[in-house]
Design a protein around this ligand. Structure first.
Ligand SMILES: *Cc1c(COP(=O)(O)O)cnc(C)c1O
Length: 426
């Protein structure tokens, strides 16, 4: 029998706070009852969730292992040292900082380490697949830094490397940034490195989306090419909701100082312990096989949606996600998202490159396979999912009581019962 104080005691919570307990059970029912195709989500393991729900949450540990501003850090020091060593080994990196609270916090620290307010970064534009923290006007990154943006080529819909080079020579950015949230193709890191070297820029990769595929060695790693790589730990990687940074030895001190004390206060030691558990999981052959299946599934899903008239941009994907153009079926992104939702399929509307619609309407959807692959689904199930999405999007309705919503939802229920999220103990 385990001591309940190691982790969560759901019975005690439901006795004390039935309202919040019912949110927890309701969310578990939602995860079990539908298809999760949000490309940035995954289903972390019970082991990761146990570390997250532990007493390590109580501990103040400002500083780094062996150099803390508080007493009583001997146990949490072990957790952070394990997380650091495992991250370095997993990614073959000189240095790792596992304290960022999220992907956005990790990015904030990278800005803090390398840039003064008003200096220039060159990054992918948000409407072409970048991220809010890559210099958009509504973010600190666009308010405090001078951001220049590259996009994708109109024909290939993939990164326009010639434009990256031209803009780099014209603007001489302090930092050249690669990565984003809606890039279906792998990135040519060597080409970016060469451009950065040509103009004397720091080369930063924001690998938030695809770092899990790197951990499983299913795609090329940016680590040998980049000065610094920031990432989230909760997307394909499948760890706790958090962030991390790996970098070259020469930048180690700057990154550590930028995370703490420049940007953050006390680290979340429970989350750091959960990151350590996750990095151990990611070093297994099972996880590597999982990442290969994530990509195989994404390729089939993208192609099958295309066969239903829902065209994948760039013609497909090399990663865990694909971006689809709905103009051929005359449906907007916002309607596709609502109709899918009514049928038990969670996905998101997304701008496509050169989108004629406003971002809150959008002409596209983004789908990803991390969750359904964690549930054990394979290529046959992807063809079924493509057919269900196509039916919901083209014939369905935002009303869950509409006949098509109900019919698709019945098939979704059958599929998720065969491949359950968080299977109940037998
Ligand atoms: C998800 C994401 C982030 C932000 O991560 P949060 O944990 O949500 O702050 C940053 N950059 C990219 C490219 C992302 O995809």
């Amino acid at each position: 029998m385990s001591d309940t104080f190691y982790g969560s005691d759901f019975d005690a919570l439901s006795a004390f706070d039935p309202e919040i307990a019912s949110v927890l059970t309701g969310e578990l029912d939602r995860l079990r009852g539908g298809l999760q195709l949000i490309a940035s989500e995954n289903l972390s393991s019970p082991e990761v969730l146990t570390a997250l729900g532990s007493t390590l949450s109580n501990k103040y540990a400002e500083g780094y292992p062996g150099r803390r501003y508080y007493g009583g850090c001997s146990e949490v020091d072990k957790a952070e040292s394990l997380a650091i060593e495992r991250a370095k080994a997993l990614f073959g990196a000189d240095h790792a900082n596992v304290q960022p609270h999220s992907g956005a916090s990790a990015n904030q620290a990278v800005y803090g380490a390398f840039l003064k307010p008003g200096e220039t970064i060159l990054a992918m534009s948000l409407p072409h697949g970048g991220h809010l923290t890559h210099g958009t006007k509504v973010s600190f990154s666009g308010k405090w830094f001078d951001a220049v943006h590259y996009g994708v080529d109109k024909d290939t819909e993939d990164i326009d490397y010639d434009e990256v080079e031209r803009l780099a020579k014209e603007h001489r950015p302090k930092v050249l940034l690669a990565g984003g949230s809606a890039i279906p193709r792998t990135i040519d890191f060597a080409r970016f490195r060469a451009i950065a070297d040509e103009v004397g820029a720091i080369f930063w990769v924001d690998a938030a989306h695809f770092i899990g595929l790197v951990a499983g060695q299913a795609i090329e790693s940016p680590v040998p090419h980049a000065d610094v790589v920031s990432f989230t730990t909760h997307k394909v990687l499948r760890g706790p909701r958090s962030g991390a940074i790996v970098c070259r030895e020469e930048h180690a001190a700057a990154i550590d100082k930028a995370v703490f004390p420049m940007m953050q206060g006390g680290p979340q030691m429970h989350t750091i312990a959960a990151k350590a558990v996750n990095f151990k999981e990611c070093a297994t052959p099972e996880y590597a096989a999982y990442t290969r299946q994530v990509i195989a599934n994404a390729k089939v899903l993208a192609q099958a949606l295309g066969e239903h008239g829902i065209r994948p941009t760039t013609g497909g994907t090399d990663t865990h996600l694909s971006l689809h153009d709905l103009q051929g079926v005359h449906v907007t992104g916002v309607d596709a998202e609502a109709r899918s939702d009514a049928a038990g399929i969670t996905l998101n509307k997304n701008a496509i490159p050169f989108d004629p619609q406003k971002p809150n309407i959008a002409s596209g959807i983004r789908v990803g396979t991390p969750c359904v692959t964690t549930q054990g689904m394979g290529e046959d199930e992807m063809r079924t999912i493509a057919r269900l999405i196509a039916r919901a999007v083209t014939e369905g309705d935002a009303d869950p009581q509409h006949a098509v919503s109900r019919e698709v939802r019945a098939e979704v229920t059958e599929l998720v019962q065969a491949f359950p999220a968080y299977p109940r103990p037998a």
